[in-house]
Design a binder for this molecule. Structure first.
Ligand code: ZN
Length: 142
């Protein structure tokens, strides 16, 4: 399955290849204050392949907070956050926001709530290495 998503104005877009086709897509509503305010609901497939494209990087904010181990790619033109990136031991990992999907049947989404507050840094990074998309291509056009 090829999943496309983008911010509202289309400046930040992605395609996620998910094979075999998922019977359901886990959708994790993060309870951190940033994700609550943005409605961030994340998914990943450790075996998936992600391509992120940014048309105009002057309208891109790489927002980091808390442990500063992840960057929330935020479009400064429309305010949407389609992708989070985390670089661990030289490798780029990512999760994508299911609320930015285009044309995906919402009944595929299985919503779960999570709370990572209080998680230590080492276990946080190890969890991302296990669960996040590990094949990430990132392209900025400008
Ligand atoms: Zn945008």
């Amino acid at each position: 399955m090829l999943i496309r998503g983008e911010c509202h104005c289309g400046n930040i877009s992605f395609t996620l290849t998910w094979q075999p086709d998922p019977a359901e897509i886990p959708a994790r509503a993060c309870t951190c204050s940033f994700c609550v305010k943005h409605g961030g609901v994340w998914t990943s497939n450790p075996g998936g392949a992600l391509e992120v494209a940014v048309k105009d990087s002057t309208h891109l904010s790489r927002y980091a907070f808390g442990t500063r181990t992840a960057e929330f790619l935020t479009c400064t033109q429309c305010g949407v956050v389609p992708v989070v990136l985390s670089r661990i031991e030289g490798r780029l990992y990512a999760v994508v926001n299911v609320n930015t999907f285009e044309g995906v049947d919402p009944s595929l989404l299985r919503r779960v709530s999570t709370n990572f507050d209080g998680e230590g840094n080492d276990s946080r990074l190890a969890r991302r290495q296990r669960n996040w998309i590990a094949n990430v291509k990132y392209v900025e056009s400008r």
